[in-house]
Write a protein that binds this ligand. Structure first.
Ligand code: GLY
Length: 346
């Protein structure tokens, strides 16, 4: 009978980042994935490390800040294991403040805004400039999967997690392809967790016209435009995203894509001529308060959850892996996890 120290359900960015962190600490890990690794929200994301987005719940900030501080070592570990560098594509973001937010001294004057991005038509929006990086989640996924495959982590694809039952010091995990025994179990199934719901996001990629050499993320409460630099110059931009309750439906509707592009064009008129390269939809795992669930599942021994990262899974992966690994190995987590306690919903 096979026995792992820790069995993780879900091979998205959260599950695989946690697997790597636990492996680094010497644990034997099995990861169960119902389809293909990193095939859902992890690669649908825009990749903004938006720790200071004013639309994030304030209680997300300590976890976000911890993640930002861990990102360099996280990427170094991926590079050391995979041989693949994950480049940062942008290093600043123009953020429009939500209407309800009070005026701050950081709000840019029209002149300052023109100097940063002359093509922007801000309307009556108030913009601030954030030190914020972005990366391409597809490049991150390639490096993360190669890193995992360079270790002894057992990754079982096409193996759907069905249930986990605590018995004594162990957990018995039922899958569509048999039983796994482990000392501890972690639910990292994202939008497929019974404790979260899917929130659909449709988005698109466009080729940037030569008249718009965009190197800065532009974000309002309704829309974001994220340039991707394939070489020294940005050549494409990601535009997103809808926020919809549509169950597990990932249909892309041309009318929604056209509306997103029109919204982006109202900010950057040069996008009117931008060629559509791709469009897709992803399913964000959401909770009622938009905060993740991190910790032990109440009244289920050796059973944990790390899910519900909603719009910030890419940002929060390193910190989630770090604090969950601390929790699973009996250390005190680096930050208080009480705002993220699963007992608030379970
Ligand atoms: N993280 C971007 C989005 O949720 O659309």
């Amino acid at each position: 009978m096979q026995h792992s120290d820790i069995c993780i359900a879900g091979a998205g960015i959260i599950g695989l980042s946690l697997a790597l962190e636990l492996h680094h600490r010497g644990a034997r890990i099995t990861v169960l994935e119902q389809a293909m690794p990193l095939g859902e929200a992890s690669t649908a994301a825009a990749g903004m490390l938006a720790a200071a987005d004013p639309d994030n719940p304030p209680a997300l900030r300590p976890l976000s800040d911890l993640s930002i501080s861990l990102y360099p070592s996280y990427l170094t570990r991926l590079r050391d294991l995979s041989g693949l560098e994950v480049p940062l594509h942008t290093s600043r973001a123009l953020q429009a403040l939500p209407e309800h937010m009070a005026e701050t001294s950081a709000v840019l004057s029209a002149d300052a805004l023109r100097q940063i991005l002359p093509q922007l038509t801000p309307g009556n929006r108030r913009f601030v400039l954030l030190d914020e990086h972005s990366l391409d989640p597809r490049q991150l996924a390639t490096a993360l999967l190669a890193a995992v495959r360079a270790t002894t982590i057992e990754l079982r694809t096409q193996t759907k997690f069905l249930s986990a039952k605590s018995s004594g010091d162990a957990v018995e995990i039922q899958t569509a392809a048999g039983t796994v025994h482990a000392s501890q179990f972690v639910d990292c199934t994202g939008a497929w967790s019974t404790q979260t719901a899917p929130k659909k996001g449709q988005m698109l990629a466009v080729a940037l016209p030569a008249s718009l050499p965009l190197a800065t993320v532009v974000r309002t409460p309704d829309i974001y435009i994220v340039p991707r630099a394939a070489g020294p110059k940005p050549t494409r931009a990601i535009i997103g995203a809808t926020v919809e309750d549509a169950g597990f439906d990932k249909t892309v509707h041309p009318a929604d894509i056209a509306r997103l592009k029109a919204q982006a064009t109202s900010l950057l008129p040069q996008l009117a001529d931008a060629t559509l390269l791709e469009s897709w939809a992803g399913l964000r795992p959401v909770t009622a308060d938009h905060l993740p669930l991190l910790g032990a599942t109440p009244s289920r021994t050796n059973h944990f959850i790390a899910a519900g990262h909603y719009r910030n899974g890419i940002l929060l992966a390193p910190a989630t892996a770090h604090v969950m690994a601390q929790l699973l190995t009996g250390e005190t987590p680096a930050i208080s996890l009480s705002p993220y306690s699963p007992s608030r919903v379970l």
